[in-house]
Design a protein around this ligand. Structure first.
Ligand SMILES: [Zn+2]
Length: 573
């Protein structure tokens, strides 16, 4: 492609409306333009990147045995009424009527349509398993669309749906998709992790999120430096190291006066101990009942974990005046010894010896508190948030914190939709049974944004080679020099003959702005044909990601560049 003919409107200014880097750079690099809130046009450069992602997704889905189809974006309400989601889905579902007054919606997802296809066309276990997918535009009427392609209202998604006879088959289909997803994101050249996820409203099933790692994301992840472990920081399990410390001899319980001393740090100072020696007691309302949650003085209770440890549906912290009203316990002086309400302790608390805790009496604390001896909690569990000082729950290795952007999500759906919509098949035993389903999404347009969030610098985008709209940009810096221009043209033709995707900057622009644009649009390799060619027959080759430059003889350029691209793509798998 000749830059002089290419529709590529780049801008110098950072648009004020764009809060995140991918949105800023997609606009500046002429990849997208906003139509209205949450709706974007993909300009040619942006569309090329999108199609690169889609091509990798299609190849790996096909390789995993899935088959592509294309469902309508407009869906009739009656299918959604059958599944129960017409009422449940809320305002993200854009609903409208046709000229006959019939209700429709714009598809935010396609479980209903695909289940309808399955119940019409799949009748026997002999036809199973089946995995069908599409790459299609979805619409979700987000209340606050933002961040460009990260959270638009209209977006391109790959959604796949598997149909199996039974749970074992569905698990196999799920594993096949999980592997395919690993291959897809590796081939996209992205650093990512698969995270075990909450099933949310789907309930009782199993699910993984695929997260692209970036400096800014929507979720904070804890990842292992030594293995593939990754988890949402709120949910990551804390595994305590083996308890091999020599335990202090227990000392007897004693009451000490601590008038007006309430906060952990102040109690520690006052009594000459550390926060690690203090049992912190927090009161929560758990399914309507007050519960005392214990953690070490330097830790925080993680409410999601508290909820899970108690098998509760609702957990909320109690305000100080509520604590007194409901429990008659003095805030700041609460403790687990002879307390009147249910006690749940973090596992770490059970290892504490001769600890300090509130005495459940105003202005008083207890010393010499020994869990298991002086009190026995009703429940012991993992209640606190993991830290990077903890060990990897999977391998014992060291941990880091990072941000993550969700780009894929795979679910075991079970029979939720097939039962609601009476989608059944005849099994080998002659019985009619509901399909056991799975669904598997990839935010294709989101992958483009996430790739930029992960790969950019102050000069612009750094496209991973597999997603780059062009692999090489050639700058002709001698437009008025016949010899240089002839060489640049020759190189452009020769690289294309080798199957290399080339953008040829043949514009009559100053070198400075050619360099700036090349950096901004993030093409992985830049070849400059200019003065060094005229002088020594050499061209300059620069790697956008590393910034490394080298001079190579013109007549070796095609072979060198083709080999670098081959190697680069092979590395991504
Ligand atoms: Zn690990």
């Amino acid at each position: 492609m000749r830059y002089s003919n290419f529709f590529l409107p780049t801008t110098k200014e950072t648009p004020a409306e764009a809060e995140v880097i991918s949105h800023q750079l997609l606009l500046r690099a002429g990849c997208i333009r906003k139509l209205t809130s949450g709706l974007y046009t993909y300009l040619p450069l942006g569309l090329m990147a999108l199609q690169k992602v889609a091509a990798i997704v299609r190849e790996e889905m096909n390789r995993a045995g899935a088959q592509e189809l294309l469902m309508p974006m407009v869906q009739p309400a009656d299918l959604w009424q059958e599944s129960g989601r017409w009422q449940q889905y809320g305002h993200e579902l854009l609903r409208f009527k046709d000229r006959h007054g019939r209700d429709y919606c714009l598809g935010p997802t396609h479980e209903e349509v695909i289940t309808d296809i399955a119940r019409r066309e799949l009748h026997s276990y002999r036809q199973l398993p089946v995995n069908l997918y599409q790459v299609q535009t979805k619409f979700r009427d987000e209340i606050r669309p933002r961040f460009g392609l990260m959270r638009g209202r209209e977006f391109v998604m790959k959604d796949a749906y598997s149909f199996d006879c039974d749970d074992a088959g569905a698990s196999k289909s799920y594993e096949i998709m999980k592997e395919a997803y690993h291959r897809i994101f590796k081939r996209c050249g992205l650093r990512f992790r698969a995270v075990e996820a909450d099933t949310g409203s789907i309930g009782g099933s199993y699910s993984h999120e695929f997260m692209v790692l970036a400096e800014t994301g929507e979720d904070t992840l804890v990842i292992c430096n030594d293995c593939e472990y990754a988890a949402n920081v709120e949910k990551a399990a804390v595994v305590l190291p083996d308890d091999d410390t020599a335990h202090a001899e227990p000392v007897p319980l004693a009451r000490v006066e601590t008038p007006g001393v309430k906060k952990v740090e102040r109690v520690a100072d006052f009594l000459g101990v550390t926060p690690q020696d203090i049992i912190k007691t927090m009161v929560y309302l758990v399914d309507g009942e007050p519960v005392a949650a214990l953690v070490r003085g330097d830790r925080q209770v993680q409410e999601v974990k508290l909820k899970n440890a108690l098998g509760a549906t609702e957990v909320e912290p109690l305000a100080d005046d509520q604590v007194w009203k409901l429990t008659k316990l003095p805030v700041g002086y609460m403790g687990p010894v002879q307390v009147s309400i249910r006690v749940v302790a973090d596992q770490e608390v059970m290892r504490m010896r001769n600890a300090v805790a509130g005495a459940n009496e105003k202005g008083m604390h207890l010393t010499g508190v020994n869990p298991g001896h002086d009190f026995t909690p009703d429940v012991v569990g993992d209640l606190r948030q993991i830290t990077i000082e903890d060990q990897c729950p999977a391998c014992g290795g060291s941990l880091s914190l990072t941000e993550g952007i969700e780009v894929g999500h795979i679910f075991k759906l079970g029979t939720k939709y097939s039962q609601a919509m009476e989608a059944t098949f005849q099994d080998a035993d002659g019985q009619e049974k509901p399909f056991v389903m799975g669904c598997y999404g990839i935010g294709v347009s989101r992958v483009v944004a996430a790739a930029i969030e992960q790969n950019h610098d102050e000069h612009g985008i750094i496209f991973p080679l597999p997603l780059a709209p062009f692999q090489v940009i050639i700058l002709n810096l001698g437009l008025k020099d016949e010899k240089i221009t002839k060489a640049a043209e020759e190189l452009y033709m020769a690289l294309q003959e080798q199957g290399v995707e080339v953008l040829f900057d043949d514009r009559d622009e100053r070198p400075g702005s050619k360099f700036k644009d090349a950096d901004l649009i993030g093409i992985p390799f830049r070849v400059t044909v200019g003065k060094t060619y005229a002088k020594d027959g050499q061209v300059e080759l620069r790697n956008r990601a590393t910034g490394e430059t080298e001079l190579i003889p013109f007549n070796e350029a095609v072979a060198t560049i083709s080999a670098m691209i081959r190697d680069g793509l092979a590395q991504a798998g």
